[in-house]
Design a protein around this ligand. Structure first.
Ligand code: AMP
Ligand code: ZN
Length: 130
C-alpha cells in the first residue's frame, strides 16, 4: 500500500521516533506547530477514528500520558493540545493523533470564520431533531 505512515512504521522512510511498542510508533512531526510536536501512529493501517477499537483507544491514551510525561520532563512543556483530524483536514489518510506541546510564548492562533456561524440553539435543534 502506498501509505507514507506505513512506510515510516516499516522503517522504509526515516523518522525521529521517540517511542515505539507493539501497537504504535510515535515520531516528531516534520512540520511542527511547536517544539516537540509528535504524532502517535498505530502500526495497523487504519484511516479514521471509526476504525479505532476500544483496545487500541485505551492503549493510545496510555501512550499519550507517557509522551506527555516525557515532553514535560525533557522539554519543560507547559501544556499539551491533543487533536486528531478525520476526513476533511486530514492530509495523511492513516490515523494519527497530534500531540502539540504548548508554551507561554507559542503565539497559538486558530482561525475560523466565526462571523458566518449559526446560533448554537439552531445547531442544537438540527442535531436533536429526529
Ligand atoms: P493531518 O493533516 O492531521 O493528516 O497531519 C499530517 C501531519 O503529518 C502533518 O502535521 C505533517 O507535517 C506530518 N507529516 C507529513 N509527512 C511527515 C513525515 N515524513 N514525517 C513526519 N511527519 C510528517
Ligand atoms: Zn498506512
Amino acid at each position: 500500500m502506498d501509505c507514507l505512515f506505513c512506510k515510516i512504521i516499516k522503517g522504509e522512510i526515516p523518522s525521529f521516533t521517540i517511542y515505539e511498542d507493539e501497537q504504535v510508533k510515535v515520531f516528531l512531526d516534520i512540520n511542527p506547530n511547536t517544539n516537540g510536536h509528535a504524532l502517535i501512529v498505530p502500526k495497523k493501517h487504519i484511516v479514521t477514528i471509526n476504525d479505532v477499537d476500544e483496545e487500541l483507544a485505551k492503549h493510545i491514551i496510555k501512550v499519550e500520558k507517557i509522551i506527555y510525561h516525557k515532553l514535560k520532563e525533557k522539554l519543560h512543556i507547559e501544556g499539551l493540545t491533543i487533536c486528531q483530524n478525520n476526513e476533511l483536514g486530514q492530509d495523511i489518510k492513516h490515523y494519527h493523533v497530534h500531540m502539540i506541546p504548548r508554551y507561554q510564548d507559542d503565539n497559538w492562533k486558530m482561525q475560523f470564520n466565526q462571523e458566518s456561524l449559526k446560533e448554537p440553539e439552531e445547531v442544537f435543534k438540527q442535531i436533536t431533531t429526529k
